[in-house]
Design a binder for this molecule. Structure first.
Ligand code: C5P
Length: 313
């Protein structure tokens, strides 16, 4: 087929722990990642030219070679030059629903969709592990976005081990559209403040990873207990982002006052998510938080955790 449309879900982090430094300049992490059904639609079409062209109506999305989706095409062209020659360039249209620069892996999930879509379009026969390996060359979150669902991510975030699915749990996502947090800034600030706590020995990194693996949150996930999951949310980056961004901190407090099951910043922020019991409860919490914060820049979405990454629509 010459064209594909793919659904590319956003992700939230239920657990984000910074363990130490890596020789490649990144951080050694242990994360528990979760896909949510707030997602972008990516349309791919072989355009018969030698050009990659990007289309998106959202003015915040760059349409040039800085876009991770564009880089994903270039990577596939480099890795599979004869297919690239046969099929020519690719038109990518992004229907953007995931907020940009939000800590929800919006750019990474678009790139993941391009890898999955080109694999199909060019009949390359790559497996999910093959695609995840390619994804890691583009960004730390891309491998998770390919397979999605619920997973432990270690290393830079690119080593993925699936956990039992957490489909259907309701989540409210909230973001001030006039706020953006730079991910490199968040990690660098964390390093400056907390590097005295970093673990260095390989065995210590392994044992910390193992603790998360056999820990309470993974048990809560296996039991599909949204209450326990809500109580066990954890994100080291809150320690540096919240003091610098008081509105994000106030938003978390506003959700907690509504007795949600748990509320936390996702990734490096500034998106906040809150776990709740039912759709009905979610809708009324959205209304009350909107009213309480009374800020035209605040956007809220009601979504559900979902058991998949990129899927063909
Ligand atoms: O891999 P990605 O390009 O998404 O990472 C964005 C930035 O986040 C990196 O440049 C780095 O500053 C920081 N980061 C990190 N350690 C990780 C992942 C990301 O320090 N494991």
């Amino acid at each position: 087929m010459q064209s594909y449309s793919l659904f590319a879900p956003a992700k939230i982090n239920l657990h984000l722990e910074i363990i130490g430094d890596r020789v490649d300049g990144y951080h050694e992490l242990v994360m528990i990642m979760q896909s949510v059904n707030l997602g972008d639609i990516i349309h791919l079409r072989a355009n018969g030219t030698d050009k990659t062209r990007l289309y998106c109506e959202n003015p915040q999305v760059p349409l040039d070679s800085t876009n991770l989706a564009y880089k994903a095409v270039r990577l596939m062209q480099e890795k599979f030059p004869s297919h690239a020659q046969n099929f020519g360039g690719v038109d990518i249209t992004i229907e953007k629903n995931i907020p940009v620069a939000a800590g929800l892996a919006g750019g990474s999930t678009n790139a993941a969709a391009v890898l999955v879509g080109i694999n199909l379009m060019w009949s390359l026969g790559l497996t999910q592990p093959d695609l995840r390996e390619l994804g890691a060359l583009l960004g730390s979150d891309v491998p998770f976005c390919i397979s999605g669902g619920t997973a432990i991510a270690t290393g830079r975030g690119e080593e993925i081990e699936p956990l039992p699915d957490l489909a259907d749990i309701w989540v409210i996502l909230a973001k001030y559209n006039n706020l953006a947090v730079s991910t490199p800034w968040a990690y660098q600030t964390y390093r400056k403040k907390y590097n005295h706590l970093y673990v260095h020995a390989r065995t210590e990194v392994k044992s910390r990873t193992h603790e998360v693996h056999s820990g309470k949150l993974v048990k809560a996930i296996a039991n599909h207990s949204s209450k326990a999951i809500g109580e066990l949310l954890y994100n080291d980056l809150e320690k540096v982002v919240l003091p610098e961004y008081p509105p994000v901190s106030a938003l978390i407090d506003a959700f907690k006052e509504e007795n949600v099951l748990g509320a936390m910043m996702s990734g490096s922020g500034p998106t906040v998510f809150a776990i709740c019991n039912t759709e009905q409860e979610g809708k009324s919490i959205v209304q009350r938080v909107e009213k309480k914060m009374n800020n035209k820049n605040l956007q809220l979405w009601l979504a559900q955790m979902c058991p998949h990454g990129i899927i063909v629509t």
